[in-house]
Ligand binder design. Sequence first.
Ligand code: 5GP
Ligand code: MN
Length: 350
Amino acid sequence: MLTEIIEREHITRFTEWLSDCQKFVIVAHTNPDGDAIGSSLALYHYLQHLQKKAWVILPNQFPDFLGWLPGADSVLFYNRHKDEANKRIEEADVICCMDFNRLDRIDEMATKINESKSRKILLDHHLGPDQFANIIISHPNQSSTCELLFRFLFDLGYFEQMNVMVATCIYTGMMTDTGGFTYNSNNPEIFSIVSMLLSKQVDKDLIYRKVNYNFTANRLYLQGHILAGMEVLPEYHTALLTLSNDQQQHFHYEKGDSEGFVNMPLQIKEVIFTCFLREDKEKNLVKVSLRSIGDFPCNVVAEEFNGGGHKNASGGELRKIDIKEAAEQFKKVLKKYKSLLDECYNQHPK
Ligand code: 5GP
Ligand code: MN
């Protein structure tokens, strides 16, 4: 049986909302990942099952390899359909905020959501949630928002009737946020949930292939090129990857093509911390992605880059800077963490 981690009063209150309300808007963070879109679409299918009107509104596009998720075609993108999205937000009885802790994680949608008088619920697993919602279900020890959502739906009494669309979306988010159950996934209950999802006809092998074996040839050429330019900093147990704007043009880069690159240097024996820097000329910034193994808190480092996230996976951004300057800045920041990196490496040798 699953441990009940969600406070009963939240379940009772949301159950009341379900009987009082008809129109639900579901939002998730900018640059939505498998967990953001998986949790949003799972909730969407659940609400549809209850004959509610529901809309998923995301700040911007999700990567192509998630486009097969059931319901993905119905998503509204705020950056493209602002008028319609604003109308849906204005008319919503309930706004469900999935997989983000602070309003600045939804960029320009933040004002609209904040101003809205609708009831709001937040379901998330990032540390330190903003207090903008009436119901805040924040559990940073959960592997994913999808795991948390499964528990939420279970507590709402929705397991017997769970359909394959809900189960597929939840499984996808759990799988992607744990790197295919390779990190943050030692809690045995995660596998109880997976087992329960499989009983709903989820095809986990197919999901794995759809997510991971779905690349263009250009993506693999780019991967080879980026890895060839990798900088390993053994004294810091760290590796750095960079992707400049020129390289993106050369390899016909499309959004999502560099998904997962940041994890690759963790395969090196001595490396416990990686950084991937990607130039974004349009936004005039460099996107920073950080990953670690063991106790090294990359979210603390991410704060130096105006970001945050989880202990082992976090990110941020550097504005008005080119990729070379960003790499120098990263190496400068790294110096401050040398003793902590040594300590963490010595505690958790691979
Ligand atoms: P990724 O490296 O895949 O872009 O992001 C990994 C995780 O870091 C995300 O799930 C999110 O928790 C966090 N993250 C990424 N970028 C940012 C950012 O700009 N600001 C904050 N606060 N968190 C971020
Ligand atoms: Mn997540």
